[in-house]
Ligand binder design. Structure first.
Ligand SMILES: [Zn+2]
Length: 501
């Protein structure tokens, strides 16, 4: 046995000569605060953030700012220090926004054989969603189908070619005909798959209204154009528009995707879209930033960032989308870890930065603002760890960019030692060329080492950008474990001799 120990010690010292020793943490202290993380408290915070008081937390609105103040107030209470502008918790930036005053209306005018007209009314939110950045007003016009709404001369593709869209309502699909976002070829198409581009291109072609086949859910991530009335539609109005034409949207887009040849046509159907919105072009919003400063005179200059978007998609004219799973879940899990870390008094050699973004749902505005105006130097940032939609499932997953695959080990070890959930660690080996759809991808594109924490094997339905996405859309027990996972892994990562990317 003694010989074994000598060899073991020798091996250990060889390893340690390559890596500065990790700072050991008193396990009793570590476990005391580990056990202080409670699903009841996490569930209470979920309920708070999903409450009608915050009105779906649309970035720019006073209700979002109130939610930001609530988070900052708790960080302050726990001893997490402000890291934002001028000694505050807030990093402010411009965020024009639109308030949808009511759900408006959507009607189809059906001409009878005798020349009479019947009006069919659709219901929100089951059959349509008011455009959340729609201009205010009313349009009655023929619906013109324009495929994907894309004009890309350099790709020899134009959905508006030979089409008169002036004063009409254009009907289009999301995305682009090219589908493989893992192929570099997609780069040529990516600018055309933004919702913003599609409405701007419709306006360029003189359209007065736009019907968007976009999953029939709330979407504030689209450009505002004063005279453009926008509405998102579900299957029922879509079927009526295609009714009697001998084709379906699925068949037509399938043909476009195969041939890369547009198949636009006037539908002969007349509709009315009514929207009642108020635009706030001078809107401002913020990220919330708090730090636990490192204790090591040298390593404290290195920072680990854990972030989640605090904003959600807001209120579509009386239809509140509370943003529970997406993404109060990520926010409150970071809060729980931050509270335990700050309260524990455990010394961390590196600095921790907690970031809660505004404007993710309006186009990743908060994370883009942070990467353009970082609070700590990028080259001193160990990694950015993103949480978006955690807390629905029974397993834990950590994925890392190829640049920091080694960091998944901290999470794996933490789970094996103290949590014991099904666990999946992965590092990406592919490059994504599509439209970035998470704050993590914004950091990755800017050259940060990036990680993503999620939950697997969902046990509840996902109400993505729908009113059902409230505090009941998550399971508090796994949320407790996500917070515990962050708490444990961060302590080890902050105290390691070298990070071990
Ligand atoms: Zn989200």
């Amino acid at each position: 046995m003694r010989a074994f120990f000598i060899i073991h010690t020798l091996l250990l010292s060889i390893v340690l000569s390559f890596n500065a020793p990790a700072q050991e943490v008193d396990e009793e202290l570590l476990l005391k605060h580990f056990h202080s993380i409670s699903s009841e408290e996490i569930a209470g915070w979920m309920t708070e953030l999903c409450s009608p008081e915050y009105n779906g937390r649309l970035a720019g609105t006073p209700e979002y700012t109130a939610a930001a103040e609530w988070v900052a107030g708790l960080l302050h209470d726990w001893g997490v220090k402000p890291a934002g502008d001028n000694g505050s918790y807030y990093q402010w930036f411009d965020q024009p926004y639109t308030v949808v005053n009511d759900a408006g209306s959507l009607q189809l005018h059906i001409t009878q054989k005798d020349g009479g007209v019947i009006v069919k009314n659709y219901n929100a939110p089951a059959e349509y969603y008011p455009g959340m950045n729609s201009g205010s007003g009313e349009v009655t016009a023929e619906v013109v189908y324009v495929g994907y709404g894309v004009t890309a001369p350099e790709l020899n593709y134009d959905d508006y070619k030979g089409i008169d869209a002036k004063g009409k309502i254009v009907l289009m699909n999301r995305d682009v005909p090219y589908k493989d976002a893992l192929n570099p070829e997609y780069s040529k198409w990516v600018r055309y798959c933004y919702h913003q581009y599609k409405v701007e291109n419709a306006a360029l072609h003189g359209a007065a209204g736009m019907l968007y086949i976009d999953g029939n859910s709330a979407n504030p991530n689209i450009s505002y154009i004063e005279n453009m009335i926008v509405c998102g539609i579900g299957p029922e109005p879509l079927a009526d528009i295609f009714g009697g034409l001998g084709k379906t949207n699925t068949a037509v887009t399938g043909q476009i995707d195969k041939s890369f040849k547009p198949a636009s046509f006037p539908t002969g159907k007349v509709m009315t879209i009514k929207a009642n919105t108020t635009r706030y072009p001078e809107g401002r919003t913020c990220n919330v930033a708090g730090i636990i400063e490192g204790s090591d005179p040298v390593l404290k200059d290195e920072v680990i960032i854990v972030g989640a978007h605090l904003d959600a998609v807001g209120n579509a004219g009386g239809i509140i989308v509370p943003g529970g799973f997406d993404n109060a879940s990520g926010v409150v899990d970071i809060m729980a870890a931050a509270k335990a870390l700050a309260g524990s008094g455990i010394k961390l050699r590196r600095t921790l930065l907690f970031l809660f973004f505004g404007g993710e749902e309006t186009g990743l505005v908060g994370s883009k603002f942070y990467t353009a105006n970082p609070l700590f130097p990028k080259e001193k940032t160990i990694a950015y760890i993103n949480l978006d939609m955690v807390g629905n499932g029974t397993g834990l997953a950590v994925s890392a960019s190829a640049s920091c695959a080694g960091l998944t080990g901290y999470f794996k070890t933490a789970n094996e030692k103290y949590i014991h959930r099904p666990f999946r660690a992965s590092a990406s080996t592919v490059t994504y060329y599509g439209r970035p759809r998470s704050d993590g991808l914004v950091f990755l594109a800017d050259g940060y080492r990036t990680m993503d924490i999620s939950t697997t094997d969902r046990v509840k339905p996902v109400w993505y950008h729908l009113p059902g996405d409230d505090e009941t859309a998550v399971t508090p027990d796994i949320m407790e474990d996500v917070a515990k996972l962050i708490y444990l892994a961060i302590i080890e990562m902050a105290n390691a001799g070298t990070p071990g990317y």
